[in-house]
Design a protein around this ligand. Structure first.
Ligand code: BGC
Length: 722
């Protein structure tokens, strides 16, 4: 629609209609057709039919037929024929489900993230979704928090690259040039702004309290990378930032997001988050909540109605509020226009398209390939893996046959391929035997363990050549509001692993989880450890690819694995403290450490093995133009063709603010033939050395280190200076 027509439309709206345009409700509330699916409290408001007909956006409508019907009904009742905008959580795929984002982070492959987002957009747009509440760019350090599975990990640089790639995948590569979300694409929403990942003790929705430097250097960069990639929408977070709930936080939303970083898209609250500011004790009543949200720069209130109920009165009293409401409504209409909804309110919703695209072979093939890249091999003693054809293989544990491997937030997904099914497909002739394979229920259903069938399992698998222990946590115990304090495997799973190891056969631990679990004891006992996360539709096939050696593992941890829960938070980009060691020759009594556990995580960020041994040499830093070239040679020393994830880190040795020991600044995935050697080059600029000095991002002159290698704990080092 042309701007003049859009302006005329805007001018024809009453105040009440503008406020309804700023309100988002679940589709079932609008149609009254189904039970309302909620993740928050119930709506405490009595809404007029005319309000429902004027509501601007809706969430959780799935399927082309239903979304077209809802749109038709809406257009018939809406006095201005303004189309409804359909939003949903399409977090890691639609019907074809990709690995959970934390696993995707472990691929260190932004192109894979882009491709998976593009496929998700193609599928969900055919099913009537026009905007996805993704990517989630919350930096995460605390695996007790269930939502770490939605993030791409603990590193701001990698999270930023991943988020930007996903935005481009959803919105289409042309969007930044044309400003149009084309066919097969959807608008994206960066969330949860801001710092939701820093919830105290990993308890969901809990208080966040960060210094400005921590906020700006660690927590904000990934959201802002998505803003630079043109993301259309931003969602506020449930938590407080500097003791003000993010949803009514004016310095955060209007200040940092809009004014400092030029975000001109739509800001939406999280689910019911505005009403929750009353419980926070930040607003006395709904009227105050509405006022503060409008002033802070909120455009859409999701699943509460403070703005709708009190906005008219506020607009009458205060011209500033009237102006802010007008700007918000213009932004919402502009978003609908970018999606082409005024010309085609159904966008890509089409039953035929849906049938042709959902779970089509090409999408499944991509899901399998990307799942394969997301698997992380953590231990492989005596070449326990890959398995060899003809082996008698035992598979024990709750994930041997489980198809509940999509991971949380796979709202439109169906079953995934189980580990057993994947192995059967890879080696139809192989002797595969399962034991103690009853599924592990959810803590939400009061299930705390699997049934003990350890004696039977040991008897059944005693003569196997190798045993896969397929263990983990129920997928429903990960994701939103799934915080845990005990990250160990359940007691019966731990006992099962121990007894299987005592059989004297090599045991391969295959861990299905939405977070780094505490697996130190089991990892010590087993010959090999494979982190399988929740890999989506093609979980079993992708795992079989890696276990049988058809795919050489290349995943690297995007989040550190703790030795024990007591170490948390444990992350690679930490500061040194004044006492990393004592320099006066005294015993290491008074240094920064635990007396019952090492400081180092069990497995650090960037760590992951391959069936190939890669070696590094010849790291050098050269001045080039305004920046530097960092060169390092990587060689495939032993083993099959494989992909090595070459990582570049920097350290600022002394500065006016204490700097982390390591900060990731470059990643290159390099495919090498046996014996092949390649020089890998990275470019560093002054921006890569900058940090928040209290007023701005700037680099300070002095000494730096460049570090390169295949894991954050095993790097070559070369000095350079600015
Ligand atoms: C979650 C968001 C999600 C929203 C809509 C909330 O509970 O925090 O991540 O996008 O619900 O489903």
């Amino acid at each position: 629609m042309k701007q003049e027509a859009l302006d005329r439309l805007f001018d024809s709206l009453t105040d009440r209609e503008k406020l309804a345009e700023m309100t988002q409700l679940v589709t079932s509330l609008l149609t009254g057709r189904e039970d309302m699916a909620t993740t928050g409290g119930s709506l405490e408001a009595s809404l007029l039919r005319s309000d429902l007909d004027s509501v601007g956006t809706t969430l959780n409508c799935f399927g082309a037929a239903e979304s077209r019907r809802v749109q038709d009904e809406h257009l018939a009742a809406n006095p201005h024929k303004i189309p409804l905008l359909f939003m949903a959580d399409v977090i890691h795929g639609y019907r074809t489900v990709f690995p959970i984002p934390l696993a995707m982070g472990c691929s260190f492959d932004c192109e894979a993230a882009r491709e998976s987002a593009e496929i998700a957009a193609r599928e969900c747009s055919a099913a009537g979704v026009q905007l996805t509440f993704s990517p989630m760019a919350d930096l995460v350090r605390d695996p007790r928090w269930g939502r770490v599975m939605e993030s791409t990990g603990e590193d701001p640089w990698l999270n930023g690259k991943m988020a930007a790639a996903m935005v481009r995948g959803y919105q289409g590569g042309d969007y930044e040039k044309t400003g149009v979300i084309g066919p097969g694409h959807v608008a994206a929403c960066i969330k949860h702004f801001a710092a939701y990942g820093a919830s105290e003790a990993g308890r969901d929705y809990n208080t966040v309290d960060l210094s400005e430097g921590m906020l700006r250097e660690y927590y904000l960069p990934a959201y802002l990378a998505a803003v630079r990639a043109g993301v259309c929408m931003a969602m506020t977070s449930f938590n407080t930032v500097d003791r003000v709930p993010a949803t009514v936080n004016r310095p955060l939303l209007r200040g940092i997001l809009r004014e400092e970083n030029g975000f001109d898209g739509v800001v939406i609250t999280d689910y019911g988050a505005l009403y929750e500011t009353l419980a926070h004790g930040a607003c006395a009543d709904k009227r105050e909540a509405a006022k503060k949200a409008i002033e802070a720069g909120v455009d859409i209130e999701m699943m509460s109605t403070c703005i709708l109920e009190h906005g008219e009165e506020l607009m009458r009293e205060d011209d500033g509020i009237r102006q802010a409401v007008d700007e918000a409504v213009r932004r919402i209409l502009a978003l609908k226009n970018k999606l082409g909804l005024f010309e085609n309110p159904y966008k890509d919703a089409d039953e035929e398209r849906e049938k042709a695209l959902l779970l089509c072979p090409a999408h499944r093939e991509a899901a399998r390939r990307i799942a394969g890249e997301s698997i992380v091999l953590l231990k492989n003693e005596n070449h326990a893996l890959p398995l060899r054809e003809g082996m008698k293989i035992g598979i024990a544990g709750p994930f041997a046959r489980s198809r509940s491997v999509l991971g949380s937030w796979a709202l439109a997904g169906t079953d995934g391929v189980s580990l057993l099914e994947g192995l059967r497909e890879a080696w139809p002739q192989a002797e595969l035997r399962t034991a103690m394979d009853g599924e592990l229920g959810s803590l939400f259903d009061g299930v705390t363990d699997v049934e003990d069938k350890i004696d039977e399992a040991c008897a059944a698998l005693a003569d196997c050549d190798v045993i896969l222990a397929a263990v983990g946590e129920n997928q429903n115990d990960t994701g939103e509001c799934s915080s845990k304090t005990d990250l160990r495997l359940t007691k019966n799973q731990r006992r099962m692993v121990k007894r299987l190891c005592a059989l004297g056969r090599p045991v391969v631990l295959v861990v299905f989880s939405g977070r780094p679990l505490e697996i130190r004891g089991e990892a010590e006992q087993c010959a090999a450890v494979v982190q399988a996360w929740f890999l989506g539709t093609e979980s079993g096939t992708a795992l079989a690819d890696v276990l049988t050696g058809r795919v050489n593992p290349s995943g690297r941890l995007a989040m550190s694995f703790p030795q024990t829960v007591g170490q948390i938070p444990v992350y690679y980009n930490r500061m040194n403290t004044g006492r990393p060691r004592l320099t006066n020759g005294q015993a290491d009594r008074f240094i920064t450490r635990f007396i019952d556990c090492p400081n180092e995580p069990l497995y650090p960020f960037g760590y992951g093995l391959s069936y190939t041994k890669f070696t590094y040499s010849g790291l050098r830093v050269e001045r080039s133009g305004d920046g530097w070239q960092v060169c390092v040679t990587v060689r495939s020393e032993e083993g099959p063709e494989g992909t090595e994830t070459v990582q570049l880190y920097i350290r600022d040795c002394a500065a006016s603010r204490v700097r982390p020991l390591q900060e990731l600044r470059g990643v290159q995935r390099v495919r090498l033939l046996p014996g092949e050697e390649r020089e890998v080059r990275f470019t560093l600029t002054e921006d890569d050395l900058a940090f928040w000095n209290g007023e701005a991002f700037a680099a300070e002159p002095g000494g730096f280190l460049a570090m390169a290698g295949g894991s954050s704990d095993k790097l070559l080092t070369a000095p350079f200076s600015l």
